[in-house]
Design a protein around this ligand. Structure first.
Ligand SMILES: *Cc1c(COP(=O)(O)O)cnc(C)c1O
Length: 246
C-alpha cells in the first residue's frame, strides 16, 4: 500500500485489503495469547461483531478467514444472513434480545450470547420446543453490577441457572460478559477472572443439562487479556472493521 493510501484511508473507512490484514492480525494475536496462556491452539474462537458493517465488508472478512459473525439486532441480521446462506459461516446473536423477537431468531443463530433473564430463557425454551429445535445459549452476567447494563447480577446467576436446568430446548453452554469500559485493558482482568470463577462454580453443581464450556468475553480493546483469563469466544468489531458511525 502506498503512503498516500495509508494517509487518506484511516481507521474510519477500511479498504478491503485493510479488512483482510486486520483479520489476519487479530487471528495472529489470538494464537499468541493462547500460547502465552499455555492454552492449546484453537481453543479460542473469533466472533466478528458485524453491527453497522455492510454486507460487502463482511464478505471481505469472510474471504480473509472469518467464520463466525455476531449480530446485535434481528432486523439488521436478517438480510446479512440471507446474503451468506452459501458461505461457510455461522451466525451468533450478541445483542440484547427482546422477548417478542425470540420466535424469529430460533434456528437462525447457532448461539445466543445474551440471555439476561430467566424470563427470556423460558421464552427461548418455549419457542425452540415449538420449532422442534435445540437453541444453544449463554447467560450474560453483569459482572460490574452496572445500572445501565443488562445481564444477571453475579450474586443471582447461580440460583437462576439452577431454575433453568429444567429447560429442555434452551441449552446453556456457558457465560458471557461485557465488563465496565476501562482505558487500560488490564483493568478488565478482574472482571474476566470473576466470570471464569462463576463458571467454575456453576460447573461444579454438575447440573445435567447445563454446560459451562464457553466463556464469551473480550472485545477489540481487551480480547488478549480475556484469553489469558479463559475466554473461549472473543467478540471483536472495531479492530477488524474500523470505527462505527452509528
Ligand atoms: C459491538 C460489540 C462488540 C465488539 O465491540 P468492539 O469494541 O467494536 O470490538 C462485542 N460485543 C458486543 C455485545 C457488541 O455489541
Amino acid at each position: 500500500m502506498s503512503g498516500r493510501d495509508s494517509c487518506e484511508r484511516t481507521m474510519e473507512s477500511p479498504i478491503p485489503e485493510a479488512i483482510a490484514k486486520r483479520v489476519q492480525s487479530v487471528l495472529t494475536k489470538i494464537r499468541s495469547a493462547e500460547e502465552k496462556a499455555g492454552r492449546p491452539a484453537g481453543t479460542v474462537r473469533l466472533v466478528a461483531a458485524t453491527k453497522a458493517v455492510t454486507i460487502e465488508h463482511i464478505g471481505e472478512g469472510v474471504r480473509a478467514g472469518l467464520s463466525i459473525l455476531g449480530e446485535n439486532r434481528v432486523q439488521e441480521a436478517l438480510p446479512k444472513i440471507a446474503a451468506y446462506t452459501k458461505a461457510p459461516v455461522h451466525w451468533h446473536f450478541i445483542g440484547q434480545l427482546q422477548r417478542r423477537k425470540v420466535r424469529s431468531v430460533i434456528g437462525l443463530f447457532d448461539l445466543i450470547h445474551s440471555v439476561d433473564s430467566l424470563d427470556l430463557a423460558q421464552e427461548i425454551d418455549r419457542r425452540a420446543r415449538e420449532a422442534g429445535r435445540q437453541q444453544n445459549v449463554l447467560l450474560e452476567v453483569n459482572i460490574g453490577k452496572e445500572r445501565t447494563k443488562a445481564g444477571f447480577h453475579p450474586d443471582d446467576v447461580i440460583q437462576s441457572v439452577q431454575m433453568m436446568a429444567q429447560l429442555s430446548h434452551a441449552r446453556i453452554k456457558g457465560l458471557m460478559t461485557i465488563p465496565p469500559l476501562t482505558a487500560d485493558p488490564d483493568l478488565a482482568r478482574p472482571y474476566f477472572r470473576t466470570l471464569h470463577d462463576l463458571a467454575r462454580q456453576i460447573a461444579a453443581l454438575d447440573l445435567p443439562t447445563v454446560g459451562m464450556d464457553e466463556l464469551s468475553m473480550g472485545m477489540s480493546n481487551d480480547y488478549e487479556v480475556a484469553i489469558e483469563e479463559g475466554a473461549t469466544l472473543v467478540r471483536v468489531g472495531t479492530a477488524i472493521f474500523g470505527a462505527r458511525h452509528v
